[in-house]
Write a protein of this length. Structure first.
Length: 207
C-alpha cells in the first residue's frame, strides 16, 4: 500500500469513527426520550423506536470495536461483528411482533405523545444523513460491519417515518390501531436484513 492510499484509508477511518460516535450519542438521547415518552403513553411504536435506539447503540458499539481494533483485516472478527449486528435485528423484530400483537388484541389505545412526534420528526432528518455517510465510508474502507450497521441506521430512519405516521394518525384522527400497525409495517424488512447479516459469507463491500 503506497503512502497516498494509506493516508486516504486513515482519513476514511477517522471519518467512520466520527460518524459512529455521533450515532452512539444520538441514539442514547433518542432511546431515553422515546422510552420516557412511550412507556407512560402506552405507545408500542414509540417504545419499539426506543428499543431500536438501544439496539443501534449496541450495533454502533460493535462497529466501534472493529474500527479501533488493531487487526482491522481479521476476517473472523469482522464476521463475528456482522453476525452480532444481525442477531440484534431479530431481537428487535421479535419484540415488535409480540407487543404490537398484544396491543391489537387488547385494543389498547396509546395516548398522544408530543415528545414522540418531535423526536420522530428530528430523527427523520438526522438518521438518513448518518446512514448515507456511514454507507459511503464503509464502501471505501471495505468494512462490511460498518455497512451492516448503516442498514440499522436506515431502519431507524424508516421507523421514524412509520412512528411519525402512526403517532400522527392516532393524535389527529384517533386511529389507535395505526400505532401498532406502524410497528408491524417494518418487521419483514427487519427480519430480511437480520437474515442477510447472520448468513453473510462474502465480506467484501460493493463499491
Amino acid at each position: 500500500m503506497d503512502l497516498s492510499t494509506r493516508s486516504g484509508t486513515v482519513g476514511f477511518q477517522r471519518w467512520a469513527l466520527r460518524l459512529v460516535a455521533l450515532t452512539l450519542a444520538w441514539n442514547v438521547v433518542e432511546g431515553v426520550v422515546a422510552l420516557g415518552a412511550g412507556l407512560p403513553a402506552g405507545s408500542i411504536a414509540l417504545v419499539g423506536f426506543g428499543l431500536d435506539s438501544c439496539i443501534e447503540v449496541f450495533a454502533a458499539g460493535v462497529v466501534l470495536w472493529r474500527l479501533l481494533a488493531t487487526d482491522g483485516a481479521d476476517e473472523a472478527a469482522e464476521r463475528r461483528a456482522v453476525f452480532l449486528i444481525g442477531v440484534s435485528f431479530f431481537v428487535l423484530a421479535g419484540y415488535m411482533v409480540l407487543e404490537a400483537g398484544r396491543t391489537l388484541y387488547a385494543r389498547e389505545a396509546p395516548e398522544a405523545s408530543a415528545p414522540g412526534l418531535v423526536l420522530a420528526a428530528l430523527s427523520l432528518v438526522v438518521m438518513p444523513a448518518l446512514a448515507l455517510g456511514k454507507r459511503w465510508t464503509a464502501r471505501r474502507l471495505g468494512s462490511v460491519s460498518l455497512e451492516a450497521e448503516s442498514t440499522e441506521t436506515f431502519i431507524c430512519a424508516y421507523l421514524s417515518f412509520t412512528l411519525l405516521l402512526g403517532l400522527g394518525l392516532n393524535a389527529v384522527a384517533g386511529w389507535w390501531w395505526a400505532d401498532p400497525a406502524a410497528a408491524l409495517a417494518m418487521v419483514g424488512f427487519v427480519l430480511r436484513e437480520g437474515w442477510e447479516a447472520v448468513t453473510k459469507r462474502d465480506l467484501c463491500c460493493d463499491v
